[in-house]
Design a protein around this ligand. Sequence first.
Ligand SMILES: *[C@@H]1O[C@H](CO)[C@@H](O)[C@H](O)[C@H]1NC(C)=O
Ligand SMILES: *[C@@H]1O[C@H](CO)[C@@H](O)[C@H](O)[C@H]1NC(C)=O
Ligand SMILES: *[C@@H]1O[C@H](CO)[C@@H](O)[C@H](O)[C@H]1NC(C)=O
Ligand SMILES: *[C@@H]1O[C@H](CO)[C@@H](O)[C@H](O)[C@H]1NC(C)=O
Ligand SMILES: *[C@@H]1O[C@H](CO)[C@@H](O)[C@H](O)[C@H]1NC(C)=O
Ligand SMILES: *[C@@H]1O[C@H](CO)[C@@H](O)[C@H](O)[C@H]1NC(C)=O
Ligand SMILES: *[C@@H]1O[C@H](CO)[C@@H](O)[C@H](O)[C@H]1NC(C)=O
Ligand SMILES: *[C@@H]1O[C@H](CO)[C@@H](O)[C@H](O)[C@H]1NC(C)=O
Ligand SMILES: CC(=O)N[C@H]1CO[C@H](CO)[C@@H](O)[C@@H]1O
Length: 779
Amino acid sequence: MKLLSSALLLAAGVLAADKQRPSLQNALYKNTKAPVEARVADLLSRMTIEEKASQLLQGDIRNWMNETTGALNQTGLEWSTRYRGSSFYVGVAAPNEWIAKNIKIAQEYIQNKTYLGIPAFVQTEGLHGFLAFNATIFNSPIAIACAWDPALVQEMAAAIGKEARAMGVNQLFAPVADLARELRHGRVEEMYGEDGYLAGELALAYVKGVQAAGVSAMVKHFAAFGAAEQGLNTGPVHGGERELRTTYLPSYKRAIIDGGALSIMTAYHSYDGIPAVADAHLLTDILRDEWGYKYYTMTDAGASDRLCNDFRMCASNPVDKQAVVQYILPAGGDSEMGGGSYSFQEIPALVSRGKIDEKVVDRAVARVLRAKFELGLFDNPYTGLPAEEMNKVLNAPEHVALAKKLDEESIVLLENRDNLLPLRKDASIAVIGPMAHGFMNYGDYVIANSSTRGVTPLDGIRAAVGSSEKVTYAKGCERWSTSQAGFAEAIAAAESADVAVVVVGTWSRDQNELWQGLNATTGEHVDVNSLDLVGAQEPLVRAVVATGKPTVVVFSSGKPVTAPWISAHAAALVQQFYPSEQGGAALASVLFGDVNPSGKLAVGFPRSVGDLPVYYDHPNSGRPANPDAGMAYDNGTLVFGHQYVLGDPRPLYPFGYGLSYSSFVYSDVAVDKKTVGARDTVTVSVTVRNTSQRDGKEVVQVYVKDVIASVVVPNMQLKGFQKVLLKAGESKRVSVKINMQDLGVWNARMKYVVEPGEFMFLVGASSTDFRGNATVTLK
Ligand SMILES: *[C@@H]1O[C@H](CO)[C@@H](O)[C@H](O)[C@H]1NC(C)=O
Ligand SMILES: *[C@@H]1O[C@H](CO)[C@@H](O)[C@H](O)[C@H]1NC(C)=O
Ligand SMILES: *[C@@H]1O[C@H](CO)[C@@H](O)[C@H](O)[C@H]1NC(C)=O
Ligand SMILES: *[C@@H]1O[C@H](CO)[C@@H](O)[C@H](O)[C@H]1NC(C)=O
Ligand SMILES: *[C@@H]1O[C@H](CO)[C@@H](O)[C@H](O)[C@H]1NC(C)=O
Ligand SMILES: *[C@@H]1O[C@H](CO)[C@@H](O)[C@H](O)[C@H]1NC(C)=O
Ligand SMILES: *[C@@H]1O[C@H](CO)[C@@H](O)[C@H](O)[C@H]1NC(C)=O
Ligand SMILES: *[C@@H]1O[C@H](CO)[C@@H](O)[C@H](O)[C@H]1NC(C)=O
Ligand SMILES: CC(=O)N[C@H]1CO[C@H](CO)[C@@H](O)[C@@H]1O
């Protein structure tokens, strides 16, 4: 009875032309027990070319939901479903109830009123929180990476997935597996640091967490995005195939293949002259033929148009849409995001004119459908909860607690002279600086107006000491201004306190403000040619330090700041990359020692922008171990060197660096075998002892040197790490397993080979602080 009535409903709703089509009552693709491949083939065999093209185009909820009133436009819904039915984007600044309701309406419309009933991917952003009002905001990826804790990232992604699913969203544009190897680029904050191994482990953890919550990850930006010429967003990336394979691809592969990610976003840039959106070598030879990837890729917003408008590979104005499709689809790019000309609408015309083989279209559609079946969309198209329940999931107390914990684990202690930190809670404290209060200094990819919601450093410090009289606040200067008009107040505050905490750094903008073009110093399309503090911020720090009061400087930023004077003169220096909504509380935990800092830098800090790049894994023959460094002293004295004449090419704070309130002693580095085969696993172990009076966490890092290789390889590479908690006085044997198979090189014939010879395992507390080593010989 029930079956019959829904079949009738369906028949009543479908388009007139569809009434002539065969009944789908016993269609194999509708059988939830049939194998995915059989369901894909069956469904594909029933689709018209128009329906296929629609599965390769992204729609947008604004096609049927009025953003300012929430009103439904039924015509818009029908149109969007018919022509852009693959997915729809919902990352708009509208009330959650409207969005949830309009997602539900769309998925139900698709089920009730379209002949095939192919549910849509519902998409938004999720880099460090589900992009919706009231959703939990975690700290930015560059911060998260400094926690060196994949398990926490997996928990975070599960929480983000749960919040998204509660609103009916089933696909997130995350994680980012790009590497932060060009620090001028505005999007450094969106990445898990400079190293492919660390970034790969964290991107993998994200995929596992979010997909276990029933939400598809879309790994981006495939591939080698982030190291653009001049640091300018979307600019060309230079490199050859060996660098691509050695340095850039591993983090994507870890997330995509080992994580089983259901989708991939291709990148905006060109690599060695080939745009990533239409790179057959990357998207077909490597991704499909070598890696065996079965799901689909989508272009980034507006990226397909760049083939004509920017890369000049086809006529622009108007964009030659047919050429765009002919570049992308045969190369292995499967679907097109909005934000441009929607060239993929030309697919039916191209097929009917014989300009594109329908088999190429089928291949792309099958990949999209496979991902939809695999996620369970056909069996459960709408996952949203009623408003009341949804509101309990968004910003649930356990998600907020997790945001605080992750933030605490991410904070990096850079300097701590005379053990000024941790601070006593009964001290009187002057909190100073434009990033200390008044707004939340979030990274990009947060919803409109987010900066009004969260715990600022001042709030966090006040709450921690439990009394507001002992804590004074002076802004000192505006972040965007050179005016020193507020300095007198800041100096007076410092002079009348026991200690000053000055919070300065960079700033980004929320999704609405960013694209309005408001001033910022980091974020998507906000690139810099200097990493120095902007405006009056460094003079403010100098003025406070000059009072003679012990001064704790906190960098609240989305990328490394270059301020060697501050490093040398602040009593303590703390790096908090863009925070979570609990940022001020997390900072206070560390400042007062309720939490012992355990973050380690995921990105090296140069002394000056001219030193870039300063990543630790430079190829052999790069940066000398003991350069003849020069120096221009503050007092005017010049000391001439040669690398550089007046500078030092080594990072001021290297990758993996970070202090603790505890001290750790490493001993007895050993390997479980001295002679190995290419398929062996080596266990590297070390004893780490906490020699302090405080419990603390240490990130034990294992780097590998391929002592003699047949080509130029990185001087060393991180291949394993473990974060361990050691109680005061406790000692633990820490073991890290490394597969010899992962220590290969791309040889002169571009074959991956694990070459015989010696491999040295360096164990230590950063990429320059080794506490022991052991060598194995591969026969
Ligand atoms: C949304 O509704 C408002 C008020 O009716 C109207 O002025 C506006 O044009 C609508 N927006 C769109 C995109 O239709
Ligand atoms: C509804 O959508 C249709 C199709 O996109 C569009 O032509 C029409 O202007 C929209 N109506 C309103 C009121 O927004
Ligand atoms: C966010 O939560 C607050 C308080 O719980 C509520 O008043 C507000 O309506 C929510 N905002 C949205 C956009 O759902
Ligand atoms: C779809 O059908 C279900 C019942 O089968 C009904 O409850 C729902 O309102 C319908 N939705 C739309 C948008 O037609
Ligand atoms: C942001 O907040 C301002 C001030 O409360 C308000 O006028 C504006 O509509 C909000 N913007 C969005 C997109 O919600
Ligand atoms: C920067 O943007 C803010 C708004 O967020 C504005 O008040 C301020 O005047 C701007 N400053 C400059 C120098 O552009
Ligand atoms: C300037 O400072 C440097 C480093 O502290 C010191 O070696 C040098 O003597 C100083 N020069 C003068 C003129 O004070
Ligand atoms: C490896 O350990 C030996 C002995 O402890 C030490 O002399 C050597 O400098 C270490 N090598 C490196 C590269 O750290
Ligand atoms: C060997 C060593 O330094 N041990 C120290 C470990 O930490 C405890 C404090 O819990 C000290 O008492 C020990 O001296």
